[in-house]
Design a protein around this ligand. Structure first.
Ligand code: NAD
Ligand code: ZN
Length: 358
């Protein structure tokens, strides 16, 4: 049975980023400097003026063209090692899922020997991480709330995070002003990650009472946001930030279902990003989540967001084989969705048919 942990503290509200300094001032453990990981979108952005960055702090701008790889995480850790900056009083991550996950992974690695790939799995982290603060700038993945940090190891094709209680943020600053500048399509794709996590979890066999309550509320908020006229109004950006947090809590103690494994297949074979990959995978789910798919299309239409089609409609047999292998490997969520005999339902031909439908 799960002994669940959530984020210890969170501060919510417009302009709440201005409290970062007073939070950091209360920290006395570790050396006096802070290590920042900031989405490179914010390089030269005036939001940086709100951060109490001092000369002794270290700032890394994180690229998001490619999602985090284990070697990127090891490289950042090595940079800190070479500068003798391995014991900061805090790590602060400002950005989307890529940046939030990077901060989590580094906080673990600075207190645990070895490399990022050594901790891909469940409960492999042994020592308490560096104290860390997460400040999301886009809503949907729930990375701010979850106990994992997703990374890919291209050497063995493994896309898996450090699932651990130590990975959970100690403090969140949830400031909906920060999501104003997100491009509309990206806002929809990432926001839909919450909706999809929650419908997959609710439809699975491992769902549980507390996870269900988080999921239902997160779905209701997604409906309010994406079925309204303007998903990016001030009020809706607030709601989606809450939905993302609740969705992260929901998924922390249950499993996803069919959408995420198919999306992971797209990610491994074509390099498709997580959130847009989920939306593409969802378009082929009419046999599995028919009502939710109708609602998904309604939301996309209402917000005039288009979902790319035909990504795998006509690829070689070899590519279908790779897609099949990188989908079917996700046994836990597939079992959650279809039961222990999932491979009898998801035969190679069936999986190929689903990819052709996207
Ligand atoms: P992201 O970090 O991939 O960023 C998406 C895009 O939005 C980038 O171009 C980024 O620069 C831009 N962006 C972010 N904030 C912005 C802002 N305020 N204004 C303008 N542009 C902005 O975002 P994501 O979709 O949140 O994260 C995807 C990543 O999260 C993937 O690596 C995925 O594996 C991971 N993920 C993690 C968890 C978890 O529990 N840890 C769960 C789901 C997904
Ligand atoms: Zn997801």
């Amino acid at each position: 049975m799960n002994n669940s942990k959530n984020v210890l503290r969170y501060m919510f509200g417009k302009g709440s980023i201005s409290n970062l300094k007073s939070i950091l001032d209360t920290k006395i453990e570790g050396d006096s400097y802070v290590v920042y990981f900031i989405d490179e979108y914010f390089k030269d952005n005036k939001i940086l003026e709100n951060l109490p960055i001092s000369n002794e702090d270290e700032v890394f701008f994180i690229q998001t063209k490619e999602e985090p790889k284990t070697k990127d995480i090891n490289h950042l850790r090595d940079c800190l090692l070479s500068k003798n900056k391995t014991n900061p009083k805090a790590i602060v991550s400002l950005g989307g899922g890529c940046t939030l996950d990077t901060g989590k992974a580094i906080a673990n690695l600075l207190k645990n020997p070895g490399n990022a790939e050594d901790y891909q799995g469940w409960d492999l982290v042994k020592n308490q991480a560096i104290y860390k603060i997460g400040i999301p700038t886009i809503s949907g993945t729930g990375a701010e709330a979850s106990r994992t940090c997703v990374m890919t190891n291209p050497k063995n094709g493994l896309k898996l995070g450090m699932n651990s209680d130590f990975t959970i943020y100690d403090q969140l600053i949830l400031d909906p002003d920060l999501t104003k500048s997100v491009p509309r399509d990206q806002y929809f794709y990432t926001g839909m990650d919450t909706y999809l996590h929650c419908i997959e979890s609710l439809n699975g066999s491992y769902h549980n009472a507390i996870g269900d309550a988080f999921s239902r509320q997160a779905i209701n908020l997604c409906r309010e946001v994406f079925l309204s006229k303007d998903m990016m109004s001030d009020e809706n950006r607030e709601k989606l930030m809450v939905a993302s947090y609740l969705g992260g809590c929901a998924i922390a103690n249950s499993y996803v279902g069919l959408v995420h494994p198919f999306s992971a297949g797209l990610s491994v074979v074509f390099g498709t990003h997580h959130c847009i990959g989920n939306c593409i995978a969802m378009t082929a789910m009419d046999k599995f989540y028919p009502n939710e798919l109708d609602e998904f299309w309604l939301m996309a239409k209402k917000q005039s967001v288009s979902i790319p089609r035909g990504i795998a409609s006509n690829v070689t047999e070899d590519v279908y084989k790779q897609l099949y292998a990188s989908t079917i490997i996700h046994e836990k969520p597939l079992r959650n969705a279809l039961g222990h005999e999932f491979k009898q339902i998801l035969t190679y031909e069936k999986v190929k048919e689903i990819f052709k439908l996207m």
